[in-house]
Write a protein that binds this ligand. Structure first.
Ligand SMILES: Cc1cc2nc3c(=O)[nH]c(=O)nc-3n(C[C@H](O)[C@H](O)[C@H](O)COP(=O)(O)OP(=O)(O)OC[C@H]3O[C@@H](n4cnc5c(N)ncnc54)[C@H](O)[C@@H]3O)c2cc1C
Length: 322
């Protein structure tokens, strides 16, 4: 059973792992330059060395028993650590958030820098179009990307699925990344819901990090929505000012002050868990089908794998294995 997955974030990789363990031959394609998706880590070079910012997900919870088992296994391997300063139940990747995605991706055939522009269903199965080139055939096609991007790929093949994706509107998030030569004069490591800031954290205080003082500052969704077309440099300066104000400190000169716009940062869950069309063997998973959380993305990927295992002839899977 050949499976092609568009998107190698937590949902796509969780689905790949579950299907791979059932004997399927899985390939993933991701437009990103490297592993991470919305759990990515951005490295910026400075004269004092590289600084790694967790510029998407800040931490994750592990309340689902299956996910908790996986997180405990990661902890034993030194891939994650608890971060109680953020939340009693918070975990982070060590030494950077993307390392769990890197580890999962390392267990599969993943093509990075591979943007899937469209899907084609031919006589021999699904083919993914990457620019002029097409890859396939796949017996099953899986879309594991944010809702708006999923809708574009789905609309020609399953209008009802595309409608579900269109209803799950994602909110954007301007994220500021800042580094300083000296620690800021505060013992506070996190900020929640203060002024235009929805969340900010001293990135360098997370477990397993070292190096220069660094902060990640996320702006409120409504504030971001009104400023999606602003210049990143201008946004960085506003977020830097907001950080100083929220901490009530005079900030030293920043050696890094930049910003990133997540256009499809978070969407309230649709409650579907995952979508599966047994007739044309097309599936969809992603956090937006449950809730905007890392753990929900993992749950959605597993929910889709379970739907597929229930609906696809398991003897076909065994025959392929043989
Ligand atoms: C700023 C921010 C802060 C967050 N904070 C938290 C937090 O503190 N705690 C928490 O639990 N969650 C947080 N989240 C949410 C969390 O990051 C997501 O729930 C989770 O990472 C989603 O995983 P996913 O696999 O569903 O999607 P993604 O991680 O977005 O993966 C989708 C992948 O698909 C790829 N892709 C998209 N289109 C295509 C295409 N056409 N062709 C090929 N590849 C494609 C992308 O490159 C991406 O790698 C945050 C998210 C953001 C943006």
């Amino acid at each position: 059973m050949r499976i092609g997955i568009v998107g190698a974030g937590m949902a796509g990789l969780a689905c790949a792992t579950a299907l791979g363990s059932r004997g399927c031959d899985v390939r993933l394609f991701d437009k990103g330059r490297g592993p991470g998706g919305r759990m990515s880590t951005r490295r910026i070079h400075t004269a004092g060395g590289d600084i790694a910012f967790d510029h998407g997900a800040q931490y994750f919870t592990a309340r689902d028993p299956g996910f908790r088992d996986l997180v405990n296994a990661w902890r034993l391997r030194g891939l994650v650590a608890p971060w109680p300063a953020a939340h009693p139940d918070a975990w982070v990747g060590v030494p950077a958030m993307n390392c769990v995605i890197r580890d999962m991706a390392g267990q599969h055939a993943v093509g990075f820098g591979a943007r899937v522009k469209s899907l084609e269903q031919r006589q021999d199965g699904w083919h993914f179009r990457l620019g002029a080139q097409a890859v396939g055939p796949f017996d099953i096609a899986i879309i594991a990307v944010p809702a708006e991007q999923a809708a574009t790929l789905l609309c020609l093949h399953d209008f009802e699925m595309a409608r579900v994706a269109l209803r799950a509107r994602s909110k954007p998030c301007w994220t500021g990344l800042f580094a300083f030569h000296e620690p800021l004069a505060t013992i506070q490591d996190t900020i929640r819901d203060t002024g235009i800031i929805t969340w900010a954290a001293r990135n360098s205080a997370k477990p397993g990090r070292d190096g220069l003082e660094s902060w990640v500052v996320q702006a409120q969704p409504s504030w971001t929505e009104a400023r999606c077309d602003h210049a990143p440099g201008d946004i960085a300066q506003v977020l830097l000012g907001a950080l100083g104000k929220a901490l009530r400190v005079d900030l030293p000169d920043a050696i890094i002050a930049t910003s990133h716009l997540w256009r499809f940062a978070m969407s309230n869950g649709t409650g579907d868990q995952a979508l599966w069309n047994a007739r044309n063997r097309l599936g969809v998973c992603g956090d937006w089908l449950i809730a905007p959380r890392v753990e929900s993305a993992w749950q959605s990927g597993n929910a889709l794998a379970a739907m597929i295992a229930r609906s696809v002839d398991t003897s076909a899977l065994s025959a392929y294995r043989a």
